[in-house]
Design a protein around this ligand. Structure first.
Ligand SMILES: CC(C)(COP(=O)(O)OP(=O)(O)OC[C@H]1O[C@@H](n2cnc3c(N)ncnc32)[C@H](O)[C@@H]1OP(=O)(O)O)[C@@H](O)C(=O)NCCC(=O)NCCS
Length: 186
């Protein structure tokens, strides 16, 4: 399948319903084969509803980027908050969610979206982006490695009643005084 180009923009409150659909669908597509139905159902019910996504879209601590191509195809969310102890950089931001619709895997949208995420993080004054990724998600881990994320530790992630291990990965970059990334950053 040929590479596709898409439009990436900051999501707004009016996107809540379609963000809910996209986020729940990508989560189900990615994880339902390897998890108990009751754990999936619990997580989906807790995490995705138009009201919940609306509160994320209006939160001052969360930036949501939405990629569209004849409809929503991918999204990313950056979240401010305290990182786990294994993340030692000074100014960090969490890449909380990063999901591409399965029909668009391997077609370049994830790379475009990651570049937009790194630009957004740099503009926010971060010197590093960190994330948690399930240890049993090798495709995502391979993708993050391609973008310079390195494994620095682990933390627990509760999916329903199942305590899972997420690898913690960090991608540092030298932010200049005006918020641009240093030469050499991808
Ligand atoms: C993770 C994700 C964003 C990556 O986007 P993508 O378009 O699939 O990424 P790419 O194809 O550019 O890169 C994935 C890499 O993993 C490799 N890969 C694919 N399956 C793999 C596997 N089972 N094990 C290891 N590597 C794998 C690919 O070959 C590719 O590497 P390459 O470019 O060197 O060939 C996308 O797959 C996705 O949204 N997945 C579902 C949601 C998800 O897991 N989100 C992350 C949550 S933390």
């Amino acid at each position: 399948m040929e590479d596709a180009s898409c439009t990436i923009r900051r999501a707004v409150p009016a996107d809540a319903a379609q963000l809910t659909d996209l986020a729940a669908r990508t989560f189900r597509d990615t994880f339902e084969a390897d998890n108990r139905p009751e754990d999936m159902a619990d997580h989906l019910a807790r995490s995705y509803s138009p009201a919940r996504q609306l509160s994320e879209l209006t939160s001052p601590d969360i930036v949501t980027l939405l990629a569209t191509y004849d409809g929503p195809t991918a999204f990313a969310q950056l979240r401010r908050g305290r990182p786990p102890a294994c993340v030692t950089s000074a100014e960090t931001i969490e890449l909380w969610r990063f999901d591409v619709d399965k029909d668009w895997h391997g077609r370049g949208i994830a790379k475009d979206l990651m570049r937009a995420v790194l630009d957004e993080a740099a503009a926010a004054g971060a010197s590093a982006v960190w994330l948690g990724v399930w240890e049993r998600n090798p495709r995502a881990i391979a993708f993050y490695r391609k973008f310079g994320f390195a494994d620095v530790g682990a933390h627990a992630f509760l999916l329903g009643a199942d305590v899972q291990t997420d690898r913690i990965m960090v991608r540092s970059f030298g932010a200049t005084a005006d918020g641009r990334r240093s030469k050499g950053d991808s």
